[in-house]
Structures are given as structure tokens and as C-alpha cells.
Design a protein around this ligand. Structure first.
Ligand SMILES: *[C@@H]1O[C@H](CO)[C@@H](O)[C@H](O)[C@H]1NC(C)=O
Ligand SMILES: *[C@@H]1O[C@H](CO)[C@@H](O)[C@H](O)[C@H]1NC(C)=O
Ligand SMILES: *[C@@H]1O[C@H](CO)[C@@H](O)[C@H](O)[C@H]1NC(C)=O
Ligand SMILES: *[C@@H]1O[C@H](CO)[C@@H](O)[C@H](O)[C@H]1NC(C)=O
Length: 350
């Protein structure tokens, strides 16, 4: 694997990781407590499930056209079998999830020494339970599958900006759709979450009419949800709770207001993760904003291990005018305070 690929995988893993984590602690934790784990885990041994999944009879579809009665019976039976197969695949997903939960709980209670994780979690002490986090990450790598809806046309869907401040939006869509990622499944019955691959930045670019009215964006999002919820059974099954949208543009939250369930139940993965905009840490996930000038990751950033271990005591990001209550305070506090970190009110022209 070359470095470039490595960085991309690493980046995707982080995004997927936060989605998986939110998924695990929000919707799944409901079933976490209701399913008696042991009951599920041991009454459907996985090997048996797999066997019935692969062996269940496609051969029943070959019917004798002369015998209408037996044809009807057979077609009913084969419909039953298809249903059963679907059901089995859903059960395999549930069984996998319950195993993941069991192993996370075990790791959490064993509370392994945090120094064990120094490679993957350099600052393990900031996590409430580093063992649980590390284990859930491993389980995510092993199992987590995303189904990406195919409805919709570029540029609004299946495309996004890969340069500049909203790059992360397009990159995520591209990496889910164009690169071979192990996190994508084409079988919706094997998915843990469902992705609505529209780009809010492109909605703003193509639909916004410079009239302070974001209505066209909301109309689009609400139509998209209506489309996938009438064409597929998955949205209605959970009112969208196992679906996610992703946006780096500030108008992500606004766009998600298009649909009650999208706003209140779905996982919204957003750079604009402000509680004032309705961000709900119990179900939504934050997305880091990365500015890529030319669409390329700087070679220095690819050597992420080196950067990770070098001491970096300050992290600062500041853009835009001095408005709102926080910025003047920050400016007051940091301006000309530290020669290593020049802070300007306005950038010098040079
Ligand atoms: C199909 O399944 C239903 C309910 O599980 C059952 O009542 C019915 O007898 C089955 N039909 C066939 C042809 O196996
Ligand atoms: C983990 O191990 C290190 C070194 O062996 C030790 O200094 C540290 O106190 C241990 N931490 C915990 C939480 O047990
Ligand atoms: C999901 O629910 C909506 C609204 O209740 C309905 O219009 C739609 O047909 C349902 N979808 C499916 C696949 O049944
Ligand atoms: C975030 O929330 C604060 C406090 O409600 C508000 O002052 C600020 O304008 C919000 N920022 C954005 C980008 O929405």
C-alpha cells in the first residue's frame, strides 16, 4: 500500500469511525440492552446462518409450467425462501453487532492499561475508556458496512467538492463511491448504516439563488428522502435512524431541516456541529474540516505518524471577521501573546 492510499484509508477510517461510534451508541444501544445478547448469540450460530444463507434454495425457482397449482405453491415457497434469506442476512448483521457489543463490553470492563494503546491512541488518557474505544475501532474495521443509495444524478448527488475548504465533503463521497473501500456494501440487507450521498456544497452552488432563501436546498433534500423512502424499505424501518447524511458546508444543518426524521433521527455528520444549529451529540457526528488548496494532501501530512508523535502544543484555526461573542475574546487573549503563533486581526497583504 503506498502512502497516499494509506492516508486516504486513514482519513476514511476516521470518518467512518465516528459514524460507527455514533451508530453504536445511539440506535444500537437500544438493542444493546433489549436483546439478551446470549440468547441471540447462541441460538443462531454464525456458521449455521452462513450455511443456510448460501444453501437456501434458489433451485426452487425452477418451476414446472404445466402444473399451475404446484407452480403457485413453489413460487410462494421461493418467495418465502427469498424472504428467509433476507431475514437471515439481517440476523447475521444483528448477530455480528451483538458480538461486537460483547467484545467492547469485555474490553471496557477489563480496562487494560492505557499504555497498550500508545500507537493507535497516543493520548489515551483523554478518553473515558480507552480500551472500549480501541476495541470498538477494531470491531468497526472488521465489520462496519455502509450501503450507499444509487438514486440521483451528479453533480448534486454522487459528487462533491474535493478542493478548498469543503474538500472533505467531496472526498468522503468519492472514497465511498469511487475507491474500493471495504466499508461499502452493495447488499442493503448486510448494511449497518445507509448513506444519502448528496453534497450540500453543490446544492448551495447549483440551487441557491442569492436571495437568502435556502428553500430549494430543503426541497431537494426532502424530495431525496421521499424518493429513497418510497423506493426502498430501509428508511421507514427505523424512521431514518440508521441513515446518515454528511456536510461540510455551514448550511448542512439547515438543509437537514427539510425532513423531520432527517433532522431529529438520522445521523448528521457535519463540520458545522454547533448546538445552536441543532447538533445533537447523542446521534450526530462531527466532521473535521480540512482545507486542501489543490485537492491534494500535502506530502508532509501523509507522514502522519511523524506529525502525530511530534509535540504540538497549540492547535489554532481562525477565519472570518471578528463577529459573535467568542472571536473578540479569543483575539484579546491570543493577540501578540506567543511569538510562535502569530495572530492577526486582518491578514497582512504580503
Ligand atoms: C410461507 O411462510 C408462511 C409463514 O411463515 C407459512 O404459513 C406458509 O405455509 C409458507 N408457505 C410455503 C409454501 O412454504
Ligand atoms: C500502565 O502501565 C504503566 C507502565 O507500566 C504505568 O506507569 C501506569 O501507571 C499504568 N496505568 C494504569 C492505569 O494502570
Ligand atoms: C414509507 O412511508 C411513507 C410515508 O408514510 C410512504 O409514503 C411510503 O410508501 C413508505 N415506503 C414504503 C417502501 O413502503
Ligand atoms: C454557534 O453557537 C453560538 C452560541 O449559540 C453562536 O453565537 C454562534 O454564532 C454559532 N456559530 C455558528 C457558526 O453557527
Amino acid at each position: 500500500m503506498d502512502k497516499h492510499q494509506h492516508t486516504r484509508l486513514y482519513f476514511l477510517s476516521i470518518c467512518i469511525g465516528s459514524i460507527a461510534l455514533v451508530f453504536a451508541i445511539s440506535r444500537c444501544s437500544i438493542s444493546f440492552f433489549d436483546y439478551s445478547l446470549q440468547k441471540l448469540e447462541f441460538s443462531f450460530p454464525e456458521s449455521e446462518l452462513r450455511r443456510s444463507f448460501y444453501n437456501a434454495g434458489d433451485e426452487n425457482r425452477a418451476v414446472d409450467s404445466r402444473d399451475v397449482v404446484s407452480q403457485q405453491i413453489l413460487s410462494v415457497r421461493s418467495r418465502n425462501d427469498t424472504k428467509k434469506k433476507k431475514l437471515n442476512r439481517r440476523r447475521t448483521v444483528e448477530v455480528g453487532l451483538s458480538k461486537a457489543r460483547a467484545s467492547i463490553r469485555e474490553a471496557a470492563s477489563s480496562n487494560r492499561n492505557a499504555t497498550l494503546f500508545s500507537v493507535d491512541l497516543p493520548n489515551a488518557q483523554v478518553y473515558r475508556n480507552p480500551s472500549a474505544l480501541s476495541q470498538s475501532y477494531l470491531e468497526m474495521e472488521k465489520r462496519f458496512k455502509v450501503y450507499v443509495y444509487e438514486e440521483g444524478e451528479p453533480p448534486l448527488v454522487h459528487d462533491g467538492p474535493c478542493k478548498s475548504v469543503y474538500a472533505v465533503e467531496g472526498r468522503f463521497i468519492m472514497e465511498m463511491e469511487k475507491s474500493r473501500t471495504k466499508f461499502r456494501t452493495y447488499d442493503p440487507d448486510q448494511a449497518h448504516v445507509y448513506f444519502l450521498p448528496f453534497s450540500v456544497t453543490w446544492l448551495v452552488t447549483y440551487l441557491y439563488q442569492y436571495n437568502y432563501d435556502a428553500e430549494p436546498l430543503r426541497t431537494f433534500a426532502s424530495d431525496y428522502v421521499r424518493l429513497i423512502s418510497s423506493k426502498h424499505p430501509f428508511w421507514n424501518r427505523t424512521s431514518g435512524a440508521d441513515h446518515f447524511m454528511l456536510a461540510c458546508h455551514d448550511w448542512g444543518p439547515l438543509t437537514s431541516k427539510a425532513n423531520e426524521d432527517l433532522f431529529h433521527k438520522s445521523i448528521r455528520v457535519m463540520c458545522n456541529a454547533n448546538s445552536s444549529e441543532g447538533f445533537n451529540p447523542a446521534k450526530d457526528a462531527t466532521l473535521p474540516e480540512i482545507k486542501l488548496y489543490g485537492g491534494e494532501v500535502h506530502p508532509q501530512l501523509r507522514l502522519s505518524k511523524i506529525l502525530m508523535t511530534s509535540p504540538r502544543p497549540h492547535l489554532a484555526f481562525f477565519a472570518g471577521g471578528v463577529h459573535g461573542p467568542v472571536r473578540p475574546i479569543l483575539l484579546d487573549h491570543w493577540k501578540q501573546r506567543d511569538p510562535d503563533m502569530p495572530v492577526f486581526e486582518y491578514l497582512p497583504n504580503t
